[in-house]
Design a protein around this ligand. Structure first.
Ligand SMILES: [Zn+2]
Length: 826
């Protein structure tokens, strides 16, 4: 590729000799000239150019078609006759290649454009060129012209996200480039929520527009879970009629064996098509020859533009002219791999601690499919993921060249040494061995701390994590290693506003386009041009957030020695107790106040407002909530007292409830008051614990099928603040489940706990009643002098109350269980 070279702003504010004059003293001095029959994307490129000129100079440079009259110097866009006359071989550009030639008398901007015609209306969603499987090279040329020639940059959606210097006169000094974006396969930030949380004003139009300004696209090689055509055709008819019609014949041997009755949580993507099927196989068989043949044929068919039976990416991927083609094949996101005799025999020497060598099994399977497809159609490749247990490089396997690999990597926990080492190990393994042999791309998770906060620990407002510098180092490693595509899953997916990650996202877009750029300089430019006079305090603001998040000494020691692939490090206690401390939040607040004072343009003031609304105010809310919660967390757990009573021998009728411990005050799991008209009595004699629960104003909802649909009662019992723990769950329609949670060989496990007769449950007339006698023996409680207990009442929609607040999502938190104790003076 030809490099842009030094990014230098070469616009001239005053008269510049030997330059293309765009505007002069507030008047147009040029015209945007498009072909007589312009492609839609060239028209859009012309409107974008006109829009930017108008922002900078306040005047409207006319757009004319070649052959129409115009005055001033021409800026030619697309495949014009003039560009051919000027000796520019626009017709020879291939794939994403584009050129910019600014001369003394004219400028030429052109690339490969889809031959789609018809007029468009700027500002309309339908006018935006599609991001996927389309050519709009002239638009790329326009953006490079605007950046290098005129000093524009794009940091956020909408006009407010564009930076530039205002002039009334604009002229552009000569420069030439001919290039294509570095990452050729795809460059895509997944943003399904369009950065919209907290009522931010971005529209889908503005977000797609920013994606275009960031040269986002998909051309080939993208992968996602995509393997479902075989269920549709050969497992059983789907629930939806439009899929059911593709069913051909039952072939149980195609599917993962030995999952009978064990598939309740498996086959995530297709579960809705087989809702009541307890036998649904979670994966395919990895050794069945027909499966290999069928999947290879799908790839061949799709490479030739034929429709295939499937969901997900099956028919979304397309073969573009002059580009390679990889059909995505990736198992469902579950670990239910086939346990047939042949599959269990695979790679016996690669088992580690009894763990299947998933990476070897997966990549050998994919290789067979790719070889089969390659035999039938030389340009049909297979794309798959190196994901989860298949991420480690399968040393020694011979992979065919038409197999592309998208490596799934976590980018947001670099502060954690073990997590960082794992990421490096995976990435290095693939690059070192496969760099020159195949298409390598990456799927990057930029999800922490948002994921941990909102999905794992269920607190909404969190202290953000910036990790620009480590991210830059890893992006560099990828581009040096020949990685040709990135797909980013960002916090947007869980409705986190743009501001929590905008610099990281911006960086990815720039380095994927041109890896020779210096990340430090990009960051310097950002503060200077985006925050203007407020650059200094804003740089300190970003620096402090990055320092707080990235410095391992800001985390509790036991976290650093533990590791799990899911992350889940940012509990609320770590996030607000260690990263977003009171002192840091005060300091950050001071930086923002200074920035507000220094901001000297309406644009910068608006950017500061957006940051406050989108990130800082939620941070303040999160901090305040944590401080409120802290008051409860450090409190001793609750206790209730019982008095001795005559032996009832397990007979509920003989219990003297007047001597029972009485619990009738309820809280949320976070310690806030919870309104529930209910009373739990706990009576104890020498042999039994007797529980009686009465609730007024509610009864279990009828018609639920599972205890876990969210209308139930859970009681946890233990003899100390640790395992073993016993769990009694009661739900609608007489559903009762009882479990014991124990330790064995340093591992926790759960099993049924049938301590005796089932509890008596009545739920009717707005009243809920439960009574049970539990032998102390079955609780393994020792003396019975102290029993640890907690109760949760869960309502539909997720609302729940408990006796002793646990401050974490897992109900089974023995250390926070309350105490049932014998009253001292008896
Ligand atoms: Zn098998």
């Amino acid at each position: 590729m030809k490099k842009i070279g030094l990014i230098s702003v070469v616009c001239c504010i005053t008269l510049c000799l030997n330059a293309v004059e765009v505007t002069k003293e507030g008047k147009p001095a040029s015209a945007i000239v498009i072909p007589a029959k312009p492609e839609k994307s060239v028209q859009y490129a012309a409107f974008e150019l006109q829009h930017h000129f108008r922002l900078m100079t306040g005047c409207t440079v006319p757009i004319v078609r070649e052959g129409e009259k115009f005055s001033g110097q021409p800026i030619y866009l697309g495949k014009t006759l003039a560009s051919a006359d000027a000796g520019l071989e626009v017709g020879k550009l291939k794939r994403e290649e584009y050129l910019v030639a600014v001369r003394t008398d004219a400028a030429y901007l052109a690339g490969v454009d889809d031959e789609e015609y018809g007029s468009i209306e700027y500002g309309n969603q339908s006018a935006l060129p599609p991001l996927e499987y389309h050519n709009h090279g002239t638009l790329w040329a326009v953006y490079d012209f605007l950046r290098q020639g005129c000093g524009f940059e794009w940091y956020a959606p909408g006009d407010n996200g564009i930076t530039y210097q205002k002039h009334t006169s604009l002229s552009v000094a000569p420069f030439t480039l001919r290039r294509h974006p570095f990452m050729k396969a795809f460059r895509m930030i997944y943003a399904p929520k369009i950065f919209k949380a907290y009522g931010q004003p971005y529209t889908p139009y503005e977000v797609q527009q920013l994606k275009l300004r960031w040269k986002q696209t998909i051309r080939y090689g993208i992968v996602n879970h995509n393997i479902y055509g075989i269920w549709i055709r050969f497992y059983a008819p789907c629930k939806s009629p439009w899929l059911a019609k593709y069913f051909e014949k039952k072939h149980p041997e195609y599917f993962a064996q030995n999952y009978k009755g064990a598939s309740r949580t498996h086959l995530i993507a297709m579960r809705s098509q087989y809702p009541d099927d307890e036998q649904l196989p979670p994966q395919l068989c990895n050794t069945n020859k027909d499966v290999i043949r069928i999947l290879a044929q799908e790839a061949v068919d799709r490479s030739r533009g034929k429709k295939v039976v499937g969901v997900s990416l099956s028919n979304q991927v397309k073969k573009m002219k002059d580009e390679p083609f990889y059909y995505p094949i990736q198992p469902d996101d579950n670990h239910g791999y086939c346990r047939c005799a042949d599959c269990l025999k695979l790679f016996p020497d690669k088992y580690r601690d009894g763990q299947r060598p998933d990476n070897y099994i997966h990549f050998e399977w994919m290789s067979k499919i790719a070889r089969e497809a390659g035999k039938k159609a030389p340009d049909a490749g297979i794309g798959t993921l190196a994901y989860n247990t298949t991420t480690p490089y399968p040393e020694g396997l011979d992979l065919p060249s038409n197999l592309s690999v998208m490596i799934v990597l976590n980018m947001s926990n670099f502060w954690h040494r073990l997590s960082r080492q794992r990421t490096d190990h995976m990435l290095d393994g693939w690059i070192a061995n496969e760099k020159d042999k195949r298409l390598l791309t990456v799927w990057l998770h930029l999800l922490a701390p948002a994921w941990d906060a909102r999905i794992v620990y269920k607190y909404n407002d969190f202290f953000p994590g910036y990790y620009y510098h480590e991210f830059a180092r890893h992006l560099r490693k990828m581009t040096d290693g020949g990685v040709m595509g990135y797909f980013i899953e960002s916090g947007d997916e869980i409705s986190v506003p743009f501001w929590y990650q905008h610099l990281e996202l911006y960086l990815a877009s720039r380095l994927a386009d041109d890896p020779s750029l210096n990340p430090e300089k990009l960051r310097d430019d950002f503060f200077r041009s985006y925050y203007g006079a407020a650059a200094q305090p804003m740089r300190q603001f970003y620096d402090l957030i990055e320092y707080a998040y990235m410095n391992p000494s800001n985390y509790p020691g036991d976290q650093l020695s533990r590791f799990n692939t899911l992350g889940a490090f940012q509990s609320e206690e770590v996030n607000w107790g260690k990263c977003g401390t009171k002192e840091r939040m005060k300091q950050l607040g001071r930086f923002l106040t200074q920035a507000d004072r220094l901001a000297d343009t309406p644009e910068v003031r608006e950017r500061l407002r957006l940051l406050r609304e989108g990130m800082w105010n939620p941070m303040l809310r999160g901090r305040a909530r944590w401080e409120e919660k802290e008051k409860y967390i450090n409190r001793p757990v609750l206790s209730a007292e019982y008095q001795p009573m005559p032996e009832a021998g397990g007979n509920l009728k003989k219990v003297d409830w007047n001597r029972a411990a009485k619990i009738d005050s309820w809280r949320t799991i976070d310690g806030f008051p919870f309104s529930l008209k209910a009373k739990l009595l706990c009576a104890v004699d020498k042999t039994h614990l007797y529980l009686r629960y009465e609730e007024q104003g509610n009864e279990f909802s009828k018609g639920v099928k599972s205890l876990w649909e969210g209308d139930h009662l859970e009681i946890f019992l233990a003899s100390q603040g640790a395992l073993p723990v016993h769990q009694l769950c009661i739900g609608a329609n007489g559903m009762i489940e009882r479990y014991g949670h124990y330790y064995k060989n340093d591992a926790a496990y759960s099993t049924a706990w049938n301590y005796g007769p089932e509890p008596v449950v009545q739920t009717e007339n707005g009243r809920l009643f439960m009574e049970t006698a539990i032998p102390l023996r079955s609780l393994r409680t020792g003396s019975g002098k102290e029993i640890r207990l907690n109760l949760f009442r869960v309502f539909p929609g997720g609302k729940k109350g408990c006796w002793s607040p646990i401050f974490v999502p897992a109900h089974n938190t023995p250390e926070r269980m309350g105490r049932i104790v014998l009253r001292d003076n008896f």
